[in-house]
Ligand binder design. Structure first.
Ligand SMILES: [Fe+2]
Length: 300
């Protein structure tokens, strides 16, 4: 009898330990990932791009706020925020506090679905067999988070709003052309509004989106964007050792759920993000991250 009871007790203990690790330790174990991206003309000096995504910030996430604020020490030439920034109506001030001196640097941003809609509890395992896109179509029509105020605060600091817009910034001596779209996960992307070949007079061309949806990435690449930046996937958020992500929650394939990859002729960086929805506050084998992308000259 003792052995029969020992098995479920052991499983319960292992489950509780894993959940505790995933929700308390790994969720706050922030990493900085670094990549070199060869998109510059030969002879140009390197340019540093800090890619932030999916902070899902609530005012109580002090560790996340402190960690992001310290990233200014990297002295990035540009900050790119690919959305899902807030998960609470009072989180805008906390996000501005997290950015701190980063806000004084050149920056661009797009929205993610979670900037518009507050978190609701969902079984995270269902992302294995379908994306969360249908939830918004069925039940969530009226935004209940202050995404416009978030955008206004970032714009007031001089950051470019790239939701279905094109923009241009001087970044570390480079003339950078940007094209961006609003979140395809909730059908707010309007690529037609930015469609067309990139300006060849710009030094580099960067496409910005929340969700790495292949139909949009195809168009960015066809228009000549050198580098595509996205978030949304959380890198799978709960991964299996030696296997990786179980799901991407959008159209991109599992091997490109995070990190630096190619998409047609473009480079693609997908951030695993800084946070999680407060309704699913855990990460496993997929630590929260920001990325420092150093744009370097092409080899030829
Ligand atoms: Fe997210």
């Amino acid at each position: 009898m003792r052995k029969l009871h020992a098995v479920p007790l052991g499983l319960l203990t292992a489950g509780a330990t894993t959940f505790g690790y995933a929700s308390v330790i790994e969720r706050n174990w922030f990493r900085l990932r670094r990549f070199d991206v060869p998109v510059l003309a030969p002879g140009r000096p390197p340019v540093k791009v800090l890619h932030l995504s999916d902070a899902h910030l609530t005012p109580g996430r002090k560790r996340l706020i402190r960690w992001v604020r310290a990233l200014d020490a990297l002295q990035p030439d540009l900050v790119v925020n690919t959305g899902d920034t807030i998960s609470h109506p009072d989180a805008i001030g906390s996000f501005l506090d997290a950015l701190g001196p980063l806000l004084d640097r050149p920056g661009v941003f797009v929205y993610g679905s979670n900037d518009l809609y507050s978190p609701v509890f969902k079984n995270p395992l269902r992302y294995i067999w379908r994306t969360s896109q249908a939830d918004y179509k069925r039940r969530r029509r009226i935004p209940d988070l202050p995404y416009r105020e978030l955008g206004a605060a970032l714009s007031a600091a001089g950051w470019l709003d790239l939701n279905n817009r094109i923009g241009r910034l001087k970044v570390g001596g480079l003339d950078v052309e940007f094209g961006g779209i609003d979140d395809s996960h909730i059908n707010r992307d309007r690529y037609d509004q930015i469609a067309g070949p990139v300006d060849p007079r710009a030094d580099v061309h960067v496409g910005v989106m929340h969700s790495p949806e292949p139909r949009n990435m195809d168009r960015f690449a066809a228009d000549g964007y050198d580098l595509l930046l996205a978030g949304h996937t959380h890198g799978g958020q709960v991964c299996v050792p030696f296997f990786g992500a179980l799901a991407t929650n959008c159209g991109i394939d599992r091997p490109r759920v995070k990190g630096l990859h190619r998409h047609n002729g473009s480079w693609l960086h997908v951030s695993a993000g800084l946070g999680t929805s407060p309704a699913a506050p855990f990460r496993f084998c997929c630590p929260p991250e920001a990325s420092l992308l150093t744009l370097v000259p092409r080899s030829s």
